[in-house]
Structures are given as structure tokens and as C-alpha cells.
Design a protein around this ligand. Structure first.
Ligand SMILES: Nc1ncnc2c1ncn2[C@@H]1O[C@H](COP(=O)(O)OP(=O)(O)OP(=O)(O)O)[C@@H](O)[C@H]1O
Ligand SMILES: [Mg+2]
Length: 261
């Protein structure tokens, strides 16, 4: 089967600076793929070239076997690094606007998103202006815009940034569900723990070049003699789990529409 995304010898220069330097990448279908690397490594530039927002100077990029086109763009759920919401628009209108530009009618959009809106605790906020939402809440709205057309391929640039631990867990659950549905997911992150838990395959980029590429298992195996193993630790609850428990035990529910009025 053809890889869902394939980059061959991709180069991007900004003036004299080479941001992406001869990158080869293959994302097989149905895989969750982590694009890792430090700040400035070239992750966003690579993602923007895959989406054809930035043109590659050299090399070839294929998505679902084709060069990127407008029709193809519509089959992808893209979450840009720079989140772009209309501050003055009501949340519900924002969501329906995203739906309409993807050719999804109101009824289908609301049916498709209903469950997500509830699990994200967004329902009480639907009639509020976007600017009244916290940054993390806005990110969730943007995420709904990314998935409203039920795309087979998701490309998410730093989807976890700005989310609290509860919402990190929620997003991880969503990504796991997407994988179960057979969707191909590519996301960039700096957080190795997220990559380790979620990704089938990862690539590590540094200064525009690929240093590592493979399954998490393969990579760990290749490095097991060169990287010290962690010391044995007493099992203790994870802070993330404690955070969730404390919120549950507080007895405070998410704000209702009434409370927000
Ligand atoms: N439009 C641009 N003009 C000039 N240089 C750019 C431009 N976009 C990116 N760069 C440079 O290209 C390099 C790669 O940037 P990129 O945004 O792809 O990194 P990144 O891996 O996404 O980093 P981060 O983790 O901080 O998001 C950086 O050195 C950046 O300064
Ligand atoms: Mg980036």
C-alpha cells in the first residue's frame, strides 16, 4: 500500500538559511506518526510544505499518492501552529463556519460533533463570543474545526500546547480513537512522553535533518546499549492522575450554561 504521506529529498530555504535539509519521510496509512525535534528544528516548516502553504524549494511531496491540491486539502484535518479563530464570533457560529468551508451542512456538523462538544465541556460556551474563552478552550474549538469534515488524515502542529492535564488526556483519548478508526495522524510535539504513548512511528528532526526514524520499539532497541536505563523506581501515582482525581473529588462540575449567564 502507498504511504499516506511521502517526502523525498525535501529542501526549504529562507534566504541563505536552510530550514529543511533533504528530508525523506514516509507515513504509512493508519499510523500515528510523531514529528519530534527541538524548537526551530523544522517541524512546522515541514508540515506547512506538506499542506502546500509553503512551497518546497526541492524534492517531492505526495499525500494519498498525489501532489497537494485544493481537493486534497479538504480531505485533511489540519491544525496549524498559529491558531486562527474569529474573536468576535460566537463559538457555535465559529464551529459552523469551519463546517461550511469544508462543505459540511449544519445538521451533519452538529450530529458529528455533539459527543465531542460534551466531552470537551464546550456546550455551555456555545453562545459565548470566542474571545471570552480561555486559550485552552479556544484550542478545543479549533480542534473541532479540524475534524468536522471527518477527514481520513489529520496533521496537527503541536496539538497539545496550551492544554491542561485533563485536556491532554482528552486529546490523547481522541487520537487513540482516531487510530482505532484507521485514520492516519501526524502530529508534532516536544513532549517525548506524548510521543512515546501515542505514536506507532516517530521521526526526530534536528536542524532540518532527520536524525531518527522508525517505530518507537525499533528506536529504543537501537539505543538500549548507549542510553542509560532509568533507575528502578517505587511505583507511585502520576501527578496527571492526581490532578484528575482532585478535580473529580472537588465536587465542582464544569460550568453550566446557567452559571455562565
Ligand atoms: N518565514 C520564515 N522566514 C525565515 N525563517 C523562517 C521562517 N519560518 C521558519 N523559519 C526558520 O526555520 C527554522 C525552522 O522553523 P520551524 O518553525 O519549522 O521550527 P519548529 O521545529 O516548528 O520549531 P518549534 O518547535 O519552535 O515550533 C527556524 O530556524 C525558523 O527561524
Ligand atoms: Mg513549530
Amino acid at each position: 500500500m502507498n504511504p499516506t504521506i511521502k517526502l523525498t529529498g525535501v529542501v526549504k530555504r529562507f534566504g541563505k538559511f536552510t530550514a529543511v535539509d533533504g528530508l525523506d519521510l514516509e507515513v504509512p496509512a493508519g499510523v500515528t506518526f510523531g514529528l519530534l525535534g527541538p524548537n526551530g528544528a523544522g517541524k512546522t516548516t515541514t508540515i506547512r510544505m506538506i499542506m502546500n502553504i509553503t512551497k518546497a524549494d526541492e524534492g517531492e511531496i505526495r499525500v494519498l499518492g498525489e501532489p497537494m491540491s485544493e481537493a486534497l486539502q479538504e480531505r485533511i484535518g489540519y491544525l496549524p501552529e498559529e491558531r486562527g479563530l474569529y474573536r468576535k464570533m460566537k463559538v457555535i457560529d465559529q464551529i459552523l463556519f469551519f463546517a461550511s468551508i469544508k462543505g459540511v451542512d449544519r445538521k451533519t456538523a452538529m450530529e458529528r460533533l455533539e459527543r465531542w462538544i460534551d466531552s470537551m465541556d464546550l456546550r455551555p460556551w456555545l453562545q459565548k463570543k470566542t474571545e471570552e474563552l480561555s486559550k485552552g478552550m479556544q484550542q478545543k474549538v479549533q480542534f473541532l474545526g479540524t475534524i468536522v469534515h471527518d477527514p481520513p488524515v489529520l496533521i496537527l502542529d503541536e496539538p497539545f500546547s496550551g492544554l491542561d492535564p485533563l485536556n491532554v488526556v482528552l486529546l490523547k483519548d481522541f487520537l487513540t480513537e482516531f487510530k482505532r478508526q484507521g485514520k492516519t495522524v501526524v502530529f508534532s510535539t516536544h513532549v517525548m512522553e506524548q510521543a512515546e504513548r501515542l505514536c506507532d512511528r516517530i521521526a526526530l528532526i534536528y536542524r532540518g535533518k532527520k536524525l531518527l526514524d522508525g517505530t518507537v520499539k525499533e528506536i529504543k532497541h537501537a539505543y538500549r546499549d548507549r542510553v542509560p536505563l532509568p533507575p528502578p523506581v517505587e511505583p507511585e501515582p502520576e501527578l496527571e492522575k492526581i490532578f484528575i482525581k482532585a478535580v473529580e473529588e472537588s465536587g465542582l462540575s464544569a460550568p453550566t450554561a446557567e452559571a455562565l449567564r
